[in-house]
Design a binder for this molecule. Structure first.
Ligand code: UGA
Length: 433
């Protein structure tokens, strides 16, 4: 099948590369010419496990191309995926101006029937606006369907998630659209993966409801972790005990310093606003946000309780990305934590396997802020080590070497990456244990 993908961000690029890898002919349109030039050479502008390989392979085999030309992109195929950004506006609502722009541009170049698919995360009933916009700008007898097909890709494992979906959700109104989706996703349904057809509004809602539920689950276990600290119980044991109940499930019950990234914080807030717009107060999600903010604050309080004075202390930070396997620092807990420590006069030694360059835009290198290329170099003469992101290489660190390098063997672990028992040689603190 010929497929057009609008937008070469995380979602667009992964969608384009994976559809090409499944044997489709894909044309991906992106506004930024420099990005298109890089992608056309097989260089990805985002760090995502396996993406460069899959991109290069499909470029070589001629199944994927990149362009800045909207007319060419629309005319290329019957199926058009809208994967543009829906960032947060000042009032917490999703800014849909890029979705509107894409809809307008599609309308202007329509040639024959098109299936226009929203993949970007959008508020419920956005498909109505897309439809209305296309009708307004297209010629009178234009034939098209608008469908919603939300993505459930995690950054860092996006390719894996695309190729191994728990479910595929499609909100489509016509039989013609359904048949196209059935063909498109046949490689997955043949493996027995569920393809759920719904109304477009339900599909839009499913996306926000899924992300908000996961964020709520994290805040729930984080709240339990605070209680665990008060009563002397290990939160990991509680998570295991409740997670073994299949109705609850073990995933997303890792206590830590709160969720970040480009999705959960934005989507929870947008969902609260959507409910508000319909006269409903989503108190449950407001509390989810409150607990998430508290989690970062209480980690900072913990640091102060342990170190007493932060000023002039050498504090090493392992992990700046909002989670492992990505260079993304959007809404990363490391931002608030390092900024506060810098304000208090600490000497920060920062290390992340991928995210340092991005982080330098938040916290510039200075006399008090140093970035390191190696996690052990960052530890020399440290008065404390903070673990903010659970990269695998931290879990596998040589703890003997860690202890030798540090001035004081104090570790404050925001992600519970070590067992309490294996840390007897350290003054070791973690979350909810
Ligand atoms: C999330 C969803 O998991 C995807 O299904 C969804 O498609 C995506 O948002 C999106 O809307 O685009 P992502 O933000 O990449 O994916 O990352 P997650 O792996 O879900 O982690 C989000 C945050 O929760 C991270 O800060 C992580 O550290 C935190 N987290 C996760 C916890 O604190 N505890 C957990 O048990 C799990």
């Amino acid at each position: 099948m010929n497929i057009t993908v609008i937008g070469a961000g995380y979602v667009g690029l992964i969608t384009a590369a994976c559809f090409a890898d499944l044997g489709n002919e894909v044309l991906c349109i992106e506004k930024r010419e420099s990005t298109v030039n890089k992608l056309q050479k097989g260089e990805s502008h985002i760090y995502e496990q396996g993406l460069t390989e899959i991109l290069q392979k499909n470029l070589e085999e001629g199944r994927i191309r990149f362009t800045t030309n909207m007319e060419e992109a629309v005319k290329f195929s019957e199926v058009i995926f809208i994967c543009v950004g829906t960032p947060q506006s000042d009032d917490g609502k999703a800014d849909l101006s890029q979705v509107e722009e894409a809809s307008r541009q599609i309308a202007e170049h329509l040639n024959g029937y098109k299936l226009i698919v929203e993949k970007s995360t959008v508020p419920v009933n956005t498909h109505q606006w897309v439809k209305k916009t296309i009708k307004r700008h297209a010629h009178e007898d234009a034939q098209f369907d608008v469908a919603s097909n939300p993505e459930f890709l995690r950054e860092g494992t996006g390719i894996y998630d695309f190729m191994n979906p728990d479910r595929i959700v499609v909100g489509a109104e016509s039989d013609r659209a359904q048949v196209i989706f059935e063909e498109l996703y046949a490689p997955f349904t043949k493996e027995g993966r569920p393809l759920l057809f719904t109304k477009p509004a339900a599909a839009e809602l499913i996306k926000h409801a899924s992300n908000s539920f996961l964020a709520m689950k994290i805040s729930y276990i984080n709240m339990i972790s605070s209680l665990c600290e008060k009563v002397g119980v290990d939160v990991n044991t509680v998570a295991q005990g409740i997670g073994l109940d299949h109705r609850i499930g073990e995933n997303f019950l890792n206590a830590g310093i709160g969720y970040g990234g480009s999705c959960f914080p934005k989507d929870v807030q947008a969902f609260i606003k959507i409910a508000e717009d319909h006269g409903l107060e989503f108190g449950l999600l407001k509390e989810t946000e409150k607990i998430n903010a508290f989690q970062k604050r209480s980690f900072l309080d913990k640091i102060e309780d342990i170190l007493w004075i932060n000023k002039d202390k050498n504090i090493t930070v392992w992990g700046l990305a909002f989670k492992p396997e990505t260079d993304d620092i959007r809404e990363a807990p490391a931002i608030e934590i390092t900024q506060e420590l810098e304000k208090n006069g600490a000497n920060l030694h920062l290390y992340d396997p991928e995210a340092s360059d991005n982080f330098k835009n938040i916290l510039a290198e200075s006399d008090n802020v140093k970035y390191f290329e190696d996690k052990y170099d960052a530890l020399k003469d440290a008065d404390a080590l903070l673990i903010i992101t659970e990269w695998q290489e931290f879990k596998l660190a040589d703890l003997k070497k860690v202890k030798e390098l540090m001035r004081l063997p104090i570790i404050i672990d925001g992600r519970n990456i070590f067992g309490v028992d294996e840390m007897k040689e350290f003054e070791y603190y973690s979350v909810g244990r």
